[in-house]
Structures are given as structure tokens and as C-alpha cells.
Write a protein that binds this ligand. Structure first.
Ligand SMILES: [Zn+2]
Length: 383
């Protein structure tokens, strides 16, 4: 068991283990080999597309002591990393981002109350590599974090050729974004700032215009299904087909997909749909929304519910627009077809607007069950 866990947690040994988006990866490796990696770079793409994994691989190839190269017959030279030198191994300790964030948050909890407020979550696997995740609980990148970046960027790298900063999301507090903008205007020659984003549209246009943008696209369903049959033969074929579609083109998400959690959340999302399209069963609905409580756990549960609901809405649209073969929730297709024919396009539009409102209510930390009840009310009246 311990051995097995070790294998799963071990870090990627070369770029070949990065799945999909070969063109984008080649482009970045060529730039590194030529010493032309942009000083400010946005890596964008859906959750699970591998933005963070790729960013760490890029960091390893910039900082690697051995600087291995793959030479192609057409004369192209692609940067790689050895994975075993002092720089590579230290950077590689950060591959499990969720664990590193948990550790940093736990360390902050140990501090005195007054210090806690001043301490921002930062991950530093190497003296010259700083990783900045959104700071909990608001999950925004804060001014204190960008100040740490600026402070560190003013010094020359200590042990590696460059200083690398990886911001793992693009949701910023306003002052933090403005502050980052100043560094991006004139980044020091030894600094690379890599900004990961699911939605670059939420960044200030002035930040976007100062960064090179490399997009990681979604993988085709067939490619993910092949990957799953290769890596997860234990999962029944029918479930693999479903997961491949639900992963929305993200290999990482597909490999770690928790189908049980998804179907539980989806059962609740279906209750919302049914009550809006059939005779409403208020008791069942109330019992369900009551199980969504405030706090971190409730927030995650609500997030899963809303995510599954948005996928169901997309499926309804696919059926209405005459492309039912693209439906993601393949196992529910008969019921979704029935619902799709009983609601209008306007209803779906209104439902996705209400969904956005619940999301933003959650960000403002409203009582979860309250906004879910309001949500179901809106769905029923919109019809
Ligand atoms: Zn190395």
C-alpha cells in the first residue's frame, strides 16, 4: 500500500508524461531552450487541463542544473529537466498543490491571533520559486501576497538561474491586481511570472495585455476515454464513457473523477429541475436544501451541486438545439429529453442567470441554504 501511494505521488519525470496540448508544450519548451520564455505569461485553460503541472515543469526546466535538451531532426531544440538535481527535486515537492496549501494554512492557524491576520498563504519549494494560491477563506489573491512577490523579485536569484513566481488563479483583490500590474510593466530581467487562469476574462485588460497568453485546450472525449481505459481499467466501461464526457476535456479531472460524489450532487440538482418542470414537491426540496449548511464543507457541497446543475442545463440546451448526441450526462438522456421538451429556451437562460446569482451569493458568504431556497423559487416562477 505504501509503495503504491509512493508511485501515485511521485512527480512527473519528463514532459512526455504531460497529457495533451502537445503544440503549446512544444512552443514553451522551444522558448525556454532559446532563452526566450516570456517574463509574464498567462497559462489559461479549463480546470484539470494541467496548468499547474505544466507551470511546475516549466519552472523545473528553467532552473534545472543539467539543462537537458531534446534535439529534433528539424533542428528544433526543446528544453527538458533532469528531475534529480537539487533544483528539480526541490521544485518537485510542490506538485501536490492541495497538500501544500493545507500545510501552509495549518501553519498559519498555529500563529498568534494578531500574526494570523498579517500572514498570507505562500508556498516556497525552492528559494527562487514562489507559488501563490488564492488566500483562504475568501480565495482571492491578496495584496500581502503580491507584496511578497514584489519584494522577492527585487533580489537576484540565490541558487538558480531565475526567479519564478506562479500565481495559481486569476481572482485578485483589487489592490493586489493593481500592484501586480506595476511589476508586469517592467519585470526584472531575471524574473518569470506565470499566471494560471480558468478565465482570463476576469483579469484586468491591462494585465492581460502585458502577458503572453498560452492556452491549454480541452482534450477530445475519445482521447480521455482512451486514457481512462489505459489508467483506470478498474472502472466499468460504461462509467468511463460517462466520466470522459463529464470531465469536460480535462485529463487530470477525468483521472481523479469521483463519480459517486458527482451522482449524489446531481440527484439534488435533478430535484430542482423536476420541481420546476413538474408538480413541485416542496417537502422533498426543503429536506434537500436543509442538508446544505454554512461553512467550508457546505460550500464545497453547494459548489458541486451548482456545477452539476450547470452541466444539466447545458445538456438541456444541447437537446433543444438538436444535438442530443453531445449530451454529457449520457445515463440520464431519456429524462433530460423529457425535461428539455417541457421548458423553453428562455427558462434555461433564466435558470443559468439565477445560478450565477447563487454563485456570487456564495462568494459573499450568505447562508447557503437560504440562497438555495431562493434559487428554487426563482426556477419555479420563471416558467
Ligand atoms: Zn534538474
Amino acid at each position: 500500500m505504501a509503495d503504491n501511494q509512493q508511485t501515485q505521488l511521485s512527480h512527473p519525470t519528463d514532459f512526455n508524461s504531460f497529457l495533451g496540448n502537445a503544440g503549446a508544450v512544444e512552443h514553451l519548451r522551444t522558448a525556454i531552450a532559446a532563452g526566450r520564455l516570456p517574463h509574464s505569461l498567462i497559462l489559461s485553460g479549463p480546470a484539470g487541463a494541467g496548468k499547474y503541472t505544466l507551470a511546475l515543469m516549466l519552472a523545473m526546466s528553467v532552473e534545472c542544473e543539467r539543462q537537458p535538451r531534446d534535439l529534433w531532426s528539424n533542428g528544433l531544440s526543446l528544453a527538458g529537466f533532469c528531475g534529480v538535481c537539487r533544483n528539480c527535486t526541490r521544485i518537485a515537492t510542490a506538485f501536490n498543490l492541495a497538500d501544500e496549501i493545507d500545510k501552509a494554512v495549518a501553519a498559519r492557524e498555529e500563529l498568534r491571533e494578531t500574526d494570523k491576520k498579517e500572514t498570507r498563504v505562500l508556498i516556497q519549494p525552492h528559494p527562487d520559486v514562489l507559488i501563490i494560491p488564492p488566500d483562504p477563506p475568501q480565495l482571492l489573491i491578496k495584496l500581502g501576497q503580491v507584496r511578497s512577490l514584489i519584494h522577492s523579485a527585487n533580489y537576484l536569484p540565490a541558487e538558480a538561474p531565475r526567479k519564478i513566481f506562479i500565481l495559481t488563479a486569476s481572482s485578485f483583490m483589487k489592490e493586489a491586481a493593481n500592484s501586480l500590474l506595476k511589476v508586469l510593466e517592467e519585470p526584472p530581467a531575471t524574473v518569470h511570472i506565470i499566471l494560471l487562469s480558468e478565465n482570463p476574462g476576469e483579469l484586468l485588460p491591462t494585465i492581460r495585455s502585458r502577458c503572453a497568453n498560452v492556452r491549454l485546450g480541452a482534450l477530445p472525449v475519445e482521447e480521455i476515454e482512451m486514457l481512462l481505459s489505459d489508467r483506470r481499467p478498474d472502472v466499468p466501461a460504461k462509467q468511463r464513457t460517462l466520466i470522459a464526457r463529464l470531465a469536460q476535456g480535462a485529463a487530470g479531472r477525468a483521472l481523479n473523477f469521483d463519480l459517486a460524489t458527482y451522482t449524489t450532487a446531481r440527484a439534488d440538482a435533478l430535484l430542482f429541475l423536476r420541481q420546476a418542470t413538474q408538480e413541485p414537491d416542496h417537502t422533498a426540496l426543503f429536506k434537500m436544501t436543509e442538508t446544505y449548511r454554512a461553512g467550508a464543507e457546505g460550500q464545497q457541497k453547494t459548489g458541486e451541486l451548482l456545477h452539476t446543475f450547470s452541466l444539466l442545463l447545458e445538456d438541456l440546451l444541447l437537446i433543444q438545439s438538436g444535438t442530443p448526441e453531445l449530451v454529457r450526462n449520457t445515463d440520464l438522456r431519456p429524462e433530460l429529453e423529457r425535461i428539455a421538451h417541457s421548458v423553453s429556451f428562455q427558462w434555461i437562460e433564466q435558470a443559468s442567470r439565477s445560478l450565477d446569482q447563487v454563485w456570487s451569493g456564495m462568494r459573499r458568504n450568505l447562508l447557503r441554504s437560504l440562497s438555495l431556497d431562493a434559487f428554487s423559487g426563482q426556477l419555479a416562477t420563471a416558467r
